[in-house]
Write a protein that binds this ligand. Structure first.
Ligand code: ADP
Ligand code: MG
Length: 644
């Protein structure tokens, strides 16, 4: 007998499930897409234990006829595609006919459905791919699918699941995306304990944006809308045809872009707030991301990201959606044309909203307007080698230097040849000291540094930002913000250990609007925040009220700090251990409570800061972060003056 065997349907389905069903959120995605394809205007999703225990999705779509209800679980059974020609023009979200059999092969599934054309509905029950029960039943028109015990029969896959919180936040993010893309439908997402999202039908995409993101974000967004004839592809400089967004499909043969992009002052630390839809399908696409980066070039720092909600509509034959089993990647037939049109449309919208000269000027000239209007301070995250090092209060030139400093070696400007800096970072934090010694530092050298930093005699401030000081070792330049940040960071960690963090009650509670996924992130951070002096309470379904905060952290900085802490993608949060989390939050509080640059300091304050800095702990060898202090050693100074 030969060795090759045809796989049983069950095994084939489980293999397909490996591609289609990676985690609970992928189940929700497939079922949600099915509901949308079925024309549902009301979709309610319930999950328990992050979807591992239960996922239920109920819709009021067209339902399935009794015969189809069983057929739907056959591999490659679909009502959406008949011939391979249809593949070239797919207008529905689903088409592979793989989702239901795959999901049914790795869970306990119940389908309840009734088509409007039939008097009775059907119940189908399947456990691990085996049909248990098929019965007629009195049911409303529409479909409800319940998935219990996902991966119960594939332990290997179950092991790869993350915490319930993480899985739930993926689901919440996904439902949010689809709600944004479909303002004409009602969405609800419930966990066992709370309503995570309730989004009744709105008149248009702008109202939906407001409904989901709240006023804070919405006021910083501008609409984009443009259409172009694909026939213009390849012609030089296609002129975009601008008009108000509407809800008629674009003319045949046209590419339409609509949606919202953030004004320059609204910046995010990662790409999580960029949503791109192609013909209603949520995708991750490098080409479009690149076009957006280009559109924002020189408008926001290259290390920050905008908030983008972009809908691309085009004839189905212009885009191949059959590239990836989970259908999150697509291939455009005329990719360069689409790339450039996205870039130019977004760029135009940005220029239109606020004259370019205006905000470029603001960014470059340290104007109070620029710093006042920046919503998110994109200071470096702890331990992040390539995190943004952009301080809106710094002039552009300094930004370039700071960037260089975030590389492995501290690149020096030619005119600063005098200084050869070695860089050190402190325990887990981001804050190194710069040295003029050419040698690599040994533990000996570190100990010496502490002594070197002692007995500093301040001379004054340079531009209200850098403290100049001398001692017998030479001349020191200390970045007042980073130095204070270091002092605070260590103090917060010490106080937290003995539960002595000082908190202050806020006169007015600070209300913060959160997206559903952020609600979950917040829940998982709540304990640590509380230990650091925060007091927070839920305030409505999407809002939390901050009632107390650590002393020294207030107003806009308090908001920014929380934004920063909540912006860390869940993936990274999962990877971090308790200590890393402790450090991350302490570093964020320290950064936002620390003395800013461009702040004049009393001599007594300077004395205090230098003394406190000298008392901070030993540097370690962590190679990342910004320098605290630069030293021009006496020897270097003498050499430069050719005295030795
Ligand atoms: P696909 O969506 O790729 O066609 P699925 O396995 O997801 O494949 O679904 C198989 C078929 O089951 C669909 O083509 C559709 O006819 C039917 N179906 C699935 N979900 C629903 C639903 N919520 N309402 C109505 N019909 C559905
Ligand atoms: Mg489907």
């Amino acid at each position: 007998m030969g060795r090759i065997r045809i796989l049983s349907d069950l095994v084939a389905n489980q293999i397909a499930a490996g591609e289609v069903v990676e985690r609970p959120a992928s189940v929700v995605k497939e079922l949600l897409e099915n509901s949308l394809d079925a024309g549902a205007t009301r979709i309610r999703i319930e999950v328990e234990a992050g979807g591992r225990k239960l996922i239920r999705i109920a819709d009021n779509g067209h339902g399935m006829m009794a015969d189809d209800a069983l057929l739907a679980f056959e591999r490659h059974a679909t009502s959406k595609l008949r011939t391979s020609d249809d593949l070239l023009s797919i207008a529905t979200l689903g088409f592979r006919g793989e989702a239901l059999p795959s999901i049914a092969s790795v869970s306990r599934l119940t389908l309840e459905t009734r088509a409007a054309e039939e008097d009775a509905g059907t119940i189908v029950e399947i456990n691990g791919g085996n049909i248990q029960r098929v019965e007629p039943a009195g049911l409303p028109v529409g479909t409800t699918i319940t998935i219990r015990d996902l991966f119960y029969n594939t332990p290997a896959r179950r092991k790869f699941l993350r915490s319930e919180q993480t899985e739930l936040s993926h689901i919440a993010a996904l439902v949010t995306h689809y709600a944004l893309a479909n303002p004409d439908r009602h969405f609800e997402l419930h966990s066992a304990t709370q309503a995570l999202l309730t989004a009744p039908i709105t008149a248009n995409a702008g109202d939906r944006l407001f409904q989901i993101f709240g006023r804070d974000t919405t006021t910083h967004m501008i609409p984009v809308a443009a259409e172009i004839d694909f026939a213009r592809a390849g012609l030089p400089e296609p002129p975009p045809w601008k008009r108000e967004p509407d809800y008629e499909p674009p003319a045949p043969g046209f590419l339409r872009i609509s949606g919202f992009v953030s004004k320059p002052e609204l910046q995010k630390l990662n790409r999580n707030s960029i949503y791109i839809f192609v013909n209603g399908r949520l995708i991750r696409d490098r080409l479009i991301l690149h076009a957006l980066t280009e559109a924002y070039r020189n408008i926001i720092p290259p290390t920050s990201y905008p908030v983008v909600l972009l809908f691309l509509e085009m004839p189905p034959q212009e885009v191949d959606v059959n590239v990836h089993p989970a259908k999150t990647e697509v291939r455009f037939r005329q990719s360069a044309f689409i790339h450039d049109f996205v870039r130019d449309t977004v760029r135009n919208a940005l220029m239109h909203a606020r004259p370019a000269a205006d905000f470029l000027h603001a960014l470059n000239n340290n104007s109070p307007m620029a710093s006042a209007s920046l919503l998110v301070d994109v200071s470096p995250l702890p331990n992040g080698p390539d995190q943004p090092v952009f301080d809106p209060q710094m002039p552009a030139a300094t930004f370039g230097d700071a960037q260089a400093a975030s590389g492995e070696a501290f690149a020096l400007q030619p005119e600063r040849q005098l200084l050869t800096a070695e860089r050190l970072a402190f325990n887990g934090a981001t804050i190194p000291v710069g040295y003029s010694d050419n040698s690599t530092l040994t533990p000996d050298g570190e100990a010496q540094t502490l002594n070197e930093l002692a007995n500093l005699r301040p001379l004054g401030q340079l531009r209200d930002s850098f403290i100049l000081a001398v001692n017998d070792e030479g001349l020191w330049i200390v970045d007042q913000h980073v130095a204070h940040e270091r002092v605070l960071f260590e103090k917060i960690l010490r106080d937290r250990e003995v539960e002595k963090v000082q908190r202050q009650r806020l006169l007015m509670p600070l209300l913060i609007d959160l997206q559903p996924a952020q609600m979950i992130t917040f829940a998982s951070l709540a304990g640590e925040l509380e230990r650091n002096g925060f007091e927070a309470e839920p305030f409505g379904p999407r809002t939390i009220a901050i009632k107390a905060a650590p002393v020294g952290l207030e107003g806009r900085e308090l908001e920014r700090m929380l934004e920063e802490v909540l912006a860390v993608p869940d993936r990274e949060q999962q990877a971090e251990n308790a200590e890393a989390r402790r450090h991350r939050i302490a570093a964020s509080i320290a950064c936002h409570a620390a003395i800013k640059i461009n702040t004049p300091l009393e001599p007594s304050k300077i004395d205090w800061l230098l003394a406190e800095l000298a008392k901070t702990e030993h540097p370690t060898s962590c190679p990342h972060g910004r320098p605290i202090a630069l030293r021009y050693s006496l020897k270097d100074i003498q050499k430069a003056f050719q005295r030795i």
